[in-house]
Design a protein around this ligand. Sequence first.
Ligand code: PEP
Length: 253
Amino acid sequence: MRKPILAANWKMHKTISEAVAFADAFLPLVAGVTNAEIVLAPPFPQLASVAAALRGSRVLLAAQNVHPEKHGAYTGEVSPTMLTDVGCRYAIVGHSERRHIFGESSAFVARKAASLLAHDLLPIVCVGETLDEREADRTFAVLEDQLNGSLVEVPDARAAEVVIAYEPVWAIGTGRTATPAIAQEAHAMIRGWLQKRFGATGDAMRIQYGGSVKPDNVAELMAQPDIDGALVGGASLEAASFAAIARYQENSK
Ligand code: PEP
């Protein structure tokens, strides 16, 4: 049984006071959610304050990125040990904005994922095709390539700790959500790849969908057999909206 995981990716939004106000408003709204993991990923400077605000709750903290090295001359970067120190449990790696805006390769994503596992942090590894790639009928080839490259350093014994986020680039921040059927088709392909690569562990691994998830579409997405969670950008910025997403099971049949 895969525990659902609903994660908020705040990207480059919210000051410290806004982030803490979110946590204060959000926690009472999700206090009754016990059968899903809820994760908040604020920007780096807000992590410590959000960690303090979440203390004593079940809501977990994530970073939006990490550098694979533990320390060194990497100006502007943040190491996995710094993330554990501040209270993170997860870190997002390979988000399409990092791949496409900052030119990160799957090989670099692979180093980050392996380093997170080595430092007792859980990676959320993002994959997803662009609109051009989908229209050229290359979706599965792109996903396979990203999975091959990004998970190459994950030891078999640690695979169950890795979360995959399938995020079609054309659905991110566009209001254009993949239909549940389109999302499920990609998730089933990813599941098949995970099973081939990690054997039975592939069944236990969680695959989130990301791309314009909202309170009114989360339940039908989560009803798909291979969708185990959501990675949410825009709709995670308001406490009530992300709480409604985290509480989707109350509206599921
Ligand atoms: C994201 O940033 O991972 C994302 C899915 O954004 P949005 O929900 O705004 O499409």
